[in-house]
Ligand binder design. Structure first.
Ligand code: G3P
Ligand code: MG
Length: 253
């Protein structure tokens, strides 16, 4: 089951913009994408913010944990300067700001719940509740109209399921574990998300035959993209939004 776009811009704008910022979402949009993946964790005040690393240092200058700063304090930090002068002053956005931008521009979202370690349950709950509130007017529509929550954290997805069971979930893994089917059933997940490097044709076939969606990260080579689509993979995210566009290989996004 995969009622969603097939080609998804990773972290908003892939390699063309500072990841997980509004500028990145705008970049993906300007490259024709109507589907993005981004990462969400909780700030100190419990507000979900869009950020990949739990620590400062790589995309936001400084030291320390994201969980020690409020969303307002994070909004004052520069998440764009590391990428280039043109992006200086781009703030760390809240989840709600990014979701509002995406909804306003017809962009589908794969919302990756990326908890700061120790905050798994709380992050899953807050992200799911926030998503349900933002999409309250769409809950009667088909699941295709809703975003897809995903996480490497089983606990975060369990919390999301309890808090907002109607928001679809996908279980993220680096390597597909032997008990993948039981885990998907326990989570009420509709899809398995996996590292394409660890996928094989028999595994892809097993997931599809069991009736689940199969999504891969992060596919940056067009040849590889063609290969895994032929294996039955339903969709993937890419950093190379310049090479692999939303209409890649004739795929209807
Ligand atoms: O959601 C797929 C992918 O984003 C997972 O890895 O580290 O890029 O968040 P990462
Ligand atoms: Mg991610």
């Amino acid at each position: 089951m995969w009622p969603y776009p097939k080609i998804v811009a990773h972290r908003g704008g892939g390699t063309l913009a500072p990841e997980n910022t509004i500028a990145a979402m705008r970049c993906g949009l300007n490259h024709g994408f109507r589907a993005v993946e981004f990462d969400v964790m909780l700030a100190k005040d419990g507000v979900p913010v869009v950020m990949h690393d739990p620590e400062f240092g790589r995309t936001v200058a400084g030291e320390g944990s994201i969980a020690d700063f409020t969303a307002r304090e994070l909004a004052a930090r520069d998440a764009g300067a590391w990428f280039g002068e043109a992006f200086e002053g781009e703030p760390v956005p809240t989840f709600e700001q990014v979701a509002t931008f995406c909804m306003g521009n017809g962009i589908w979202m794969n919302i990756e719940i990326k908890p700061v370690p120790g905050f798994e349950d709380r992050t899953g709950l807050v992200v799911a509740q926030t998503t349900r509130r933002l999409f309250a007017h769409m809950l009667d529509h088909s699941p295709a109209a809703l975003p897809l929550l995903s996480s490497f954290s089983f606990d975060a997805l369990q919390a999301a399921k309890l808090a907002a069971p109607e928001i679809p979930r996908g279980f993220l893994v680096d390597t597909i574990p032997v008990d993948w089917h039981e885990r998907l059933l326990a989570l009420g997940a509709i899809a398995l998300h996996t590292n394409h490097k660890n996928l094989t044709p028999p595994l892809a076939r097993a997931v599809k035959e069991a009736g689940f969606g199969l999504f891969c990260y992060t596919v940056n080579d067009p040849v590889r993209a063609t290969e895994i689509l032929a294996w039955g993979v339903d969709g993937f995210c890419t950093d190379r939004i310049d090479l692999i566009g939303p209409q890649f290989a004739g795929v209807a996004a």
